[in-house]
Design a protein. Structure first.
Length: 418
């Protein structure tokens, strides 16, 4: 059985790795009689393990040509593997793992009998063809070997990036999603929670809400750290908002609960919004703090006789509270998709192209453009920041693929129809 991700030639002893460069681009200058197989190599761990399996299964391949661009240093790990080998499933001298189902002696046999040629700096692929032609002929080094694929056991915690952004219309829903994220990833760094409405609080913290909010509002410092009486603080905030359309409340290092750095209140689209920045908080404290920030925003908006808008909470670190994590992560049914704050998309096909109308979240037509295929369309959507919501991006990809298929087959395309 052939692999659709591979390109097969008529040669026998040479394999070509094009790394992140499209193999079709490289092979335009290399005749198929010069190689047995060619493939890209995107993944450092999975990809190198599968490469090693392929070489053990096909001992007639004696030379691996490594060419093209490398975006994640996969090639450096490959070079370290050939030079130093593996120990306890890890590549010696570089980050990378090899399936432990592959015996070390078998890996060492590949290293001894297969030559890795580093041609990454060669940009003229016709020269790669000439290089391959000059290689000495070699016989198969052994008999084919096959080993079982690894059993995938999900980890207790999954790897995570350095930012988590969520958007909800209630504090309870945001708390439930944060519980899911903490259960999956552990401590979260650089968390942004955007709340379009206060909504409800989780039942477990409702009794603490009034006391917590009172404590935050009574101990709020003045703008830029000034220590003022409550009425003076509020008057100063109102004055700054009236003059500058924005006000900042800063907190000193002596403030321990909550660990706030600053609170910003600002106008946007003739509505008051609030953003609070924290050094660290816990899952149990988050809903209480969010409620207090909505109360603060409502208080300021009332003084100014202006509409109150959204609250955004950012924290450098969010840590788990097992009691709440276990209770809230068991409530995924209350989560629901929020609309993309940047766009809605109307997708049609006409005149042999995919046409996209960019609408505001409220349905106002903003712009229309066309693309030859789904790939061109989604690249424009991403590069021009027309989509911010993950579920919206997945939906757009699905609909664009349907539209492209209809173009190719002459079929009918209807958005939101299966």
């Amino acid at each position: 059985m052939t692999n659709p991700h591979m390109r097969y030639g008529t040669g026998t002893q040479v394999g070509i790795l094009t790394l992140w460069t499209k193999k079709e681009h490289v092979l335009t200058r290399i005749p198929e009689e010069l190689y047995a197989i060619a493939s890209q190599l995107y993944s450092r761990d999975e990809g190198i393990s599968q490469l090693m399996r392929g070489l053990l299964k096909n001992p007639q391949i004696r030379d691996i040509i490594m060419v093209g661009a490398d975006l994640n240093k996969c090639s450096d790990t490959l070079l370290a593997l050939w030079e130093h080998g593996v120990q306890d499933g890890r590549v010696i001298g570089a980050p990378g793992y090899i399936d432990t189902e592959l015996p070390v002696q078998s890996i060492d046999a590949v290293r001894a009998h297969v030559t890795l040629h580093d041609l990454r700096t060669e940009k003229d692929y016709a020269n790669v063809a000439a290089y391959i032609k000059a290689l000495p002929k070699k016989e198969s080094w052994g008999t084919p070997q096959e080993y079982p694929q690894p059993t995938i056991t999900p980890p207790t915690r999954f790897p995570t990036g350095h930012q988590h952004a969520i958007r909800h219309d209630s504090i309870e829903r945001a708390s439930v999603e944060l519980a899911h994220l903490l259960a999956r990833f552990g401590t979260l760094a650089n968390v942004h929670v955007h709340l379009t409405q206060q909504g409800t609080l989780p039942l477990q913290v409702q009794e603490q809400e009034e006391t917590y909010t009172t404590n935050v509002l009574e101990n709020l410092p003045g703008t830029y750290g000034e220590h003022l009486h409550k009425k003076q603080r509020l008057a100063r905030l109102v004055q700054q908002l009236t003059q500058k359309k924005a006000a900042v409340i800063t907190f000193g290092d002596d403030v321990e609960e909550p660990l706030l750095d600053l609170v910003e209140v600002y106008y946007h689209d003739n509505t008051l919004h609030l953003t609070s920045h924290l050094r660290t908080t816990t899952l149990g404290e988050f809903p209480l703090l969010a409620s207090a920030m909505f109360s603060l925003l409502a208080l300021i908006a009332s003084e100014l006789d202006e509409p109150a808008g959204t609250v955004t909470i950012t924290t450098a670190l969010l840590t788990t509270t097992k009691r709440y994590e276990n209770a809230w992560s068991a409530k995924p049914h209350i989560l629901r998709r929020q609309g993309d704050p940047k766009s809605n998309l109307l997708i049609r096909i006409r005149q042999g192209r995919i046409w996209i109308t960019h609408l505001s979240p409220y349905g106002k037509r903003l712009e229309e453009f066309s693309a030859e295929n789904a790939r061109e369309a989604y690249k424009r959507l991403v590069v021009e920041h027309r989509i911010t919501d993950l579920s919206h991006a997945a939906y757009a990809g699905y609909e664009l693929a349907k539209a492209e298929h209809a173009l190719k087959t002459g079929g009918l395309y209807e958005q939101d129809e299966l």
